[in-house]
Structures are given as C-alpha cells and as structure tokens.
Design a protein around this ligand. Sequence first.
Ligand code: BGC
Length: 612
Amino acid sequence: MKKPLLSADQQQRVNELVTTMTLAQKIGQMTQTERMAINPEQLKAYHIGSVLSGGGSCPGDNTVAEWVEMNDDYWAASMESDDDHLAIPLIYGIDAIHGNNNIKGATVFPHNIGLGASNDPDLIQRIAEVTAREILATGVEWTFAPTLAVARDSRWGRTYESYSEDPEIVTRYSARFVEGLQGNLGTDSVVACVKHWVGDGGTTNGIDQGETTLSREELERLHMAAYFPALDAGVLTVMVSFNSWQGDKCHGHKYLLTDVLKNELEFDGYVISDWDGIDYLSDYYYDAVAMGVNAGIDMFMVSENWQPFIQHLTQHVENGTVSVDRIDDAVSRILSVKLAYGLFEKPRPKDRHWSNHSSFGSVEHRNVAREAVQKSLVLLKNTEQLLPLDKQTKLFVAGKNAHNRGHQCGGFTIAWQGTSGNDFILGGTSIWEGIKTVAPNATLSATENGTDADPSQHDIAIVVVGETPYAEGMGDIRDGDDIVIQAGSQINGSLKVLEAYGSSLELAKLHPEDLETITTIVAKGIPVIAVLISGRPLLINPELDASSAFVAAWLPGSEGQGIADVLFGDIPFSGKLSFSWPDGRSKNADKPLNRGDKEYNPLFPYGYGLTY
Ligand code: BGC
C-alpha cells in the first residue's frame, strides 16, 4: 500500500469541504483556463480552480514583478469568502520545461534531449531545484514538467522534449526531476506534472497528436516505465496525451486514465487534460465533456471555452450522464493536491519567500545551466584533432546559429514557437559571445554565410548551423498529405493539423544554407569545426564529411558560454548520444531506428560520444 497523500486531519478537511461545496463551486475547481480568457472577477464568480499561461502568454512587459502582481490579484479573488464563495486558493500552471522559459530574463536550460546526453541524474535534480525557484519568483506554483516522452521517431516535432529514445535514461531521471521540483512540499517547492500519459513518444511516423499502436506490454515497457519512479516519488499531477492508443484518444480512455493510472498504479493526485484536449473526442462538445470526465480527467485545460464547458458539465450532472461521485472524486483529488502542497497555508503571492527573489536569472542559477550545456555536448568527429582549440587561434566564427540566442534556446522559450535573434533572451550568452569572451583573436562573420572568411587571417572556422525554433506539430517532419490525413483520421471534432517543419530529416534539404556556408569556408582552405543546433539527430552526412570536427550541441539554452568551455578544453567532452544518429545512406534513413530495433544501422549508435 502506498503512503496516503494526506494526514487524517487533512483528509477530513477535504471531505468537509466537498460536503459544503455547491455543484457550481465543484465544477469551477475542475476548470482551468488561460489567463487571457479570465479576469479575477470572473475567476471568483465561476469559482475557477486554476489558471495557466499558454506558451508566450504573459502579463505586461513579462517582468517578474508583473507576474507576481498578476498572481496576487488572482489569488486575492480566489480567497474571497462570502455567502456565494468559498476561499480556496487557485493554483497557477505554466510550461516551465527548460527553466522558467516563458519569462524574460530567466535562466534557460538545455532542452531535454541535451540533458539526456549528459546522463547525470544529480544534475537533473539540481536543474529542477533551480527551475522551482525561478517559477516561485513569479508567484506561480505549478509546472507542466517533466515530459517523460520516449521519442521513438525523430520526425516528431517534440523529440527535443524527450530525454531519450530509450526508457533507460528517462526512467533514471523522472523521480529526480520530480523530487527537485516538489522537494518536501515546502517553501522551496512547486507542484510537478508528468506528461503526456501515455505513449506520446510512440506516435506513428512521428506525427504530433497521432496514433500509437503498440501492445499493452510494449506500451508499458517503453512509455509507462518512466512514470513508475515518478509516481513513487509522489508526483502530484499527470497530464493526458493528445495521442490515441490503438485508435482511441487518451483523453477519453477510461482504461488508461482510471483503471491503470488511478487504480492499478494508485495515483492519488489529479489528472489534467492537455490544452483543449477533449475537443477531439467528439464532434459535439457536450458529449466530449462527459467522455473526458467519465474517462477520469479531473481538471480540464480549456483555453477559452470555459463557460460552455461549465454549462455542459452542469447539465450532465443534472441529467445523470456524469455522476456526483465522479465529480466529488475529481474535486477531492484537486483539493488534496492543494492541501498536500500547503497552498491553503501559503501567504499571498506578494508575500511569499521566493517571490521577486534576486536569485531569478542569477549567476548562480546560470552556472547550473552552463554546467548542463558542457555535459550535453556530444563530439561526433575530431579526425584532425582540431579540438580542443588554443585560445590564441585566429578563429573565424560563422553560420546562422552562431550569434542567435533565440535559435539556441529553441521552442518553448519566451514564445510558444521560440524566438529569433538576441533581443528576447535577456542575460546569458550566444555561442559567439561565449567564444569571444575567451578567444581574443576570434572574429564573427559579417555575412553569417562565411563569404568573408579569409585564409590569410583565419586559421580555423567554427560554423554554427542547424534548425530554427519550433514547437509541437510545427516541428514535425511530414512527407506528404497522406500522413496529414493519417493524423487527422484519429481526430474527431475540429481537426487541427499544424504546418510541418519540413518533409525530410536531411539537414541539406531543411537548411541548404548550412552546407553552403561550410563548403564556402572549406573551399578557401580553412578547416571547419561544425556545431549543430538541433532538436533531434538529423541526416548530416555531407556536412559531416566536409567538416574536420563535428559537435552535436542540441538546444543548449541561454548559456552559450558552456560551449566555449568545452571547445577550448577547459572542460572535457562527456556527452553521449541518448538518441541513435541515423545514416543518410541507409535505406531507412528517413524513418530512424532505435537501439534494439531489427536492422539497426546508425551512423553513430546510442551511447556514442568522443572525448579528448
Ligand atoms: C502541450 C502541453 C502544454 C500545454 C500548455 C499543449 O499544447 O501539449 O505540453 O503543457 O499546451 O501550454
């Protein structure tokens, strides 16, 4: 038997509250809406239990002080007590998935794919602790992290949110990340949310929100395994996957949500839907609401549509199509989490210990991110021993990602789809800025593409290439409309298929300018060290062949200095691939295989990584 979430006294308090609450108050608790769609007056009037910020959604100028102010106003509304309203503190949620990445000036950590390459569970816990503090600085209490997806097909636009293609590292990390966030549920803690339950990383052909067709055993071995330690560590919330499993959407899946997660695995926190995730269950929203609640979702992330959601759910209870018991179970779970986390006892956001704290974006926090960058880099090639570099070398630095903090942070940074340029990521260093700090004889290409490289002045070039930011379905690699239809066939209700990032994993097709930059410089007789910024392994054969050394840097985040630390040998390379690197010459190049697959024939296998 698992240790109960609450003490006997706390349990009694939950029971008493549920007995006192009206149906409107209960359904309000089950509703989460986006901040843009609700003001404090409405929050109180409808007894809303939670508010979130979607990617990029922020108050005013996105300063920490404005965040605290906003949360304080919502909190005050939720805590008013009168004849019609019970004082129940709201819980505010955000996607702080690589640091508190939505907020200006935050420490931005490498995306999960890079952290997987570092294979360092202690580091993971420290990252989660820093992230918790930067979340608390804004008066927020809950993050939709960690993502426990095991991405099996790098064409999936969310591959970078995954630590590894193999459950091994994800399973080593999950409890440590949860412990780093939730700690002892005290002053330093935030509520964690493991996502997306379940099978998101197994989506066929890497189509976001698509179909996972695996047996129950394989689903458990690959996609549930990492949840077990997180549940043992007491993770308080779980988010449902947009995916279908064997043709049925997870959001309506009673077996997966209630029978497995809540009953078999004894999860006693609450289940939250993904963003408007029930909309795809039926052409009729009214039906979709009951399908979601009856499957076992407790809190509903309804971005804007919260009024119809509340009306429909009320109607269902009145008609008996949703039982009062199910509502009471959902509300008890939500209140239990709020109580276990100590939300009822916390002072208003303005008066909390970490609110507006000077450690937000501090050097101390950035040093943890810098260490993560150092450990995440994977050296794929160093044939001429060009690395480590001498700091006095006359270096030429080029490539579109060399001086672009937005690009190196990737998606889910400041904006949902990320940003471009250096204006939005405050603090930290671009890769060029990191190099410049330690190498006095380095110059940045004025043209980005290296046409200004000059062999009489430059001995070696560092060329930073790769992807530009994307998030979710907009990062998919989809080859033709048939696949779009395939994704759509799993979706009832309104069909929303986002435009894909490209149609092939080949870097030379996605970004032909990169190979051009490398070959332009090499043609002048200057050897190239290529640094690849990417959310996944790409087909890089020609770029690799043209370069003398090659580094996979993933999406390193705000601390570009960590790359210079390793290129100049102050810190050794230690990263190892947590994703197999596909070979552009192999027959299954465009459908990458994973460790353990039949006909596994990667260019670089899982676990690969050179050292000095
Ligand atoms: C994503 C979730 C995220 C949510 C809230 C959804 O589109 O799938 O991972 O937590 O938005 O921003």
